[in-house]
Design a protein around this ligand. Structure first.
Ligand code: BGC
Length: 715
């Protein structure tokens, strides 16, 4: 093993130009012109000469292990220093083995599942020469119009934070970088999910309170779990683009959270500060970036072209650059790159390990847990004699990988037609009812059940894919209603990357939210339909009744004029034309088993700050089926200096039950679980009454009250 120098020693031998280069990330095709990598978005004219290009510190997206080797070799031969490139890529829900999209993984309400998905993705990425993944996305969102809800974990603070944490643990293998793990770059800091109107890249105008309470905790949890980088978001916050926002990058990240994580701009975002109207030119953008604490720019050349002169004219201090470059080099050291610039990459092993049976098995397990059963009047599960007519646009499709699966190949996947072939009496992917012939209609009528596949194709969600209307596309509601008129029974499978409007298809005999489940989507759905597996997913976002209800989320604040069911007072917070409740609430999801909750008990009725509250509940599986249930614990603080949400998820447990099995489930709550953030980001709590609610969704639970007494009640 070579003795690796410290970052300080390395910096001493670097020229100013070389140091500045470390702060830039470029796509591979600037070096090798036949790169297989796909780069999204328009790359501006970078104005870089060859020597500048060969100073770049890192690479965005690499097509294959061979390409990584070729590029690193070329770079080491052509650069004037001995600092290897670091390779980063968008591995979001799998590299070649594709896992359910993040919103689906969140539906598993199972952190082990998310950790496994990340672990497998890390192993595959590592062998292909990727050292840093741009994941997990920690952006909480309450707006299903936003196309990127598919990349996140939904509307809840706790679920988003714990999912992000589990993924960081999986990617990094609990911080063991450089074995078969990768470093994580969490994104998009911060508040990106709150884009006004759900329109991607749009303005974000959040109160500090909401920022600290709802949006920041997940990034913090992911950093505490060991994320090494933070990508800034495209939006403004308080009118300042996040990429040059000193409040976020200095005050919150460095001063409050004491984080040393590297900050990296999102694609071309430093340049776009000019477009925003927050800098007059690249010189100003560079100064603002450095002042705010932006370490690396991605796919733009503001630092490369402007910093040198700014340092020479004393507008930026070289010591500032040295501090940043020191941290960049520290990460490269941590990744063993100075020991071996090709650390990890292995073309033969990559072929053997990617899409291995074991990895595909994990993908299927994740897919099973990520599916949410929304309705079932007993038609599911099917039995081996059920004669199925398979209909709708996804019946013959293999496109279940979803957005951000650039290395995932549809031909690895099976179609539903393939996996269900022994049960099918008819299959068609026609989407217009009038296109069916008389003979086809007869066959549809004669089937025991019509399995209707509906929803959005992958290209309707993801980055820059917001929709103002989130109903099922292409008149699918009408298609379903026509089928329902003639079918004996209907079961609807919905695919998509966001909550959709499902009021019409709710009338089916069974309804399943399948999202995009990845490489083993069809096999997982088959097992669920046939009862080989039991659905156990829950919704990580409220499903609205109509677009006008958005934003709708379970942890809202009580108003001074709250609507109470049954009251006829007109001066309350409500709509004239739609209920206040969502169609399906957060945390909701059915099983073929039936779980009964009872005997909620608390260890104390009065709690002080040094106490722990122990909560127990009995959950019984009243069916003869094996099943998993997500037991959810919410709290409510009735009186505080600021109004607190009507419910806040604080703990979950996903538990396996044997037929007729009854279990006592224990939880604990401490001071941190009961406290809240004020608008300065301080944790606060006052004495007062609380409720604890334990149940199967945010709307179905048993409740008990207790008192919290600060200083034994002597506040
Ligand atoms: C996206 C990021 C992504 C980056 C690099 C951007 O457009 O917002 O999430 O990591 O591109 O591909």
């Amino acid at each position: 093993m070579k003795t690796v120098k410290t970052s300080n020693e390395i910096i001493k031998n670097m020229t100013l130009k070389e140091k500045i280069g470390q702060m830039t990330q470029l796509p591979p095709y600037l070096f090798i012109h036949d790169s297989e990598a796909t780069i999204y978005g328009a790359l501006r004219n970078l104005n870089l000469d060859k020597s500048q290009t060969f100073n770049a510190g890192s690479i965005l997206g690499i097509g294959s292990p061979d390409e990584m080797i070729k590029l690193q070799k070329l770079y080491m031969e052509n650069s004037t220093h001995n600092v290897p490139l670091m390779f980063m890529a968008d591995v979001i829900h799998g590299y070649k083995t594709i896992f359910p999209v993040p919103i689906a993984l969140a539906s598993s309400f199972n952190f082990d599942i998310a950790r496994v998905a990340a672990r497998v993705s890390a192993k595959e990425s590592y062998l292909s020469g990727i050292q840093v993944v741009f994941s997990p996305m920690c952006d909480l969102s309450r707006d299903p119009r936003w196309g990127r809800v598919v990349e996140g974990f939904g509307e809840d603070v706790y679920l988003t934070g714990e999912m992000a944490k589990a993924m960081v643990e999986g990617y990094t293998n609990y911080g063991k970088l450089g074995e078969d793990s990768v470093a994580c770059c969490i994104k998009h800091f911060a508040g990106y999910g709150a884009a006004e109107g759900g329109r991607d890249y749009n303005t974000v105008d959040l109160s500090r309170l909401s920022l600290y309470r709802d949006y920041l905790p997940a990034y913090k949890k992911a950093l505490d779990a060991g994320a090494d980088l933070v990508m800034t978001s495209f939006n403004t916050l308080d009118g300042v683009p996040a990429v040059v926002n000193a409040f976020l990058l200095k005050h919150v990240l460095r001063d409050k959270w004491k984080s040393k994580a590297l900050t990296i701009a999102d694609y071309d975002a430093l340049n776009q500060v000019i477009e925003h109207g927050a800098a007059k030119d690249q010189v100003e953008a560079a100064i603002k970036g450095i002042k705010a604490g932006l370490d690396i720019e991605m796919a733009s050349s503001v630092y490369m072209n402007k910093l040198e002169n700014l340092i020479k004219t004393n507008q930026v201090l070289e010591s500032q650059i040295d501090e940043v470059v020191g941290r960049i080099l520290d990460l490269k050291i941590k990744l063993n790159l100075f020991d071996n610039p090709y650390s990890g990459v292995n073309p033969e092993k990559e072929k053997a390990v990617c899409l291995s049976e074991e990895h595909l098995k994990y993908s299927k397990e994740c897919a099973i847990e990520s599916t949410v059963l929304l309705e079932n009047n007993g038609v599911l599960p099917f039995n081996n004699n059920t004669k199925i007519a398979l209909l709708g646009p996804f019946s013959k499709s293999r496109a279940f990988n979803g957005p951000w699966s650039w290395k995932g190949k549809d031909d690895v996947n099976s179609s539903l037609e393939e996996v269900l072939k022994n049960q099918l009496v008819f299959v068609s992917d026609k989407t217009k009812f009038n296109d069916f012939t008389e003979d086809e209609l007869t066959r549809i009528k004669n089937a025991d059940v019509c399995l209707v596949t509906l929803g959005e194709e992958a290209h309707l969600s993801g980055e820059a894919h917001s929709r103002s209307d989130i109903s099922l596309p292409n008149d699918q509601d009408e298609f379903f209603e026509s089928i329902k008129m003639i079918a004996r029974k209907t079961v609807v499978l919905v695919f998509g990357g966001r909550p959709l409007l499902l009021s019409k298809v709710k009338k089916a005999d069974a309804l399943m939210m399948c999202w995009f489940l990845g490489s083993k989507s069809s096999e997982a759905i088959y097992d669920l339909l046939m009862g080989i597996e039991n659905p156990s997913g829950k919704l990580p976002m409220s499903f609205p009744r109509n677009v006008g209800q958005i934003p709708i989320y379970y942890n809202y604040l009580h108003t001074g004029r709250a609507y109470v069911e049954g009251s006829n007072n007109p001066f309350v917070s409500k709509y004239l034309d739609v209920e206040n409740t969502p169609l399906y609430p957060f945390g909701y999801g059915l099983s073929y088993a039936k779980f009964q909750y009872g005997n909620l008990s608390l260890s104390k009725k009065e709690l002080t700050e040094n106490d722990t509250l122990k909560i127990s509940i009995t959950v019984k599986n009243e069916s003869n089926l094996v099943g998993k249930e997500v037991i959810q614990l919410y709290i409510r603080d009735y009186v505080a200096d600021i109004v607190r949400p009507v419910k806040e998820l604080k703990k979950i447990q996903k538990v396996l039950f044997m037929p007729q099995e009854s279990k006592r489930i224990d939880f604990e709550l401490g001071l941190d679980d009961l406290s809240y953030f004020d608008s300065e980001g301080n944790l606060c709590i006052e004495s007062g009454e609380f409720s604890v609610m334990v149940g199967s969704s945010s709307e179905s639970y048993i409740k008990e009250d207790f008192m919290f007494l600060l200083n034994n009640g002597k506040e």
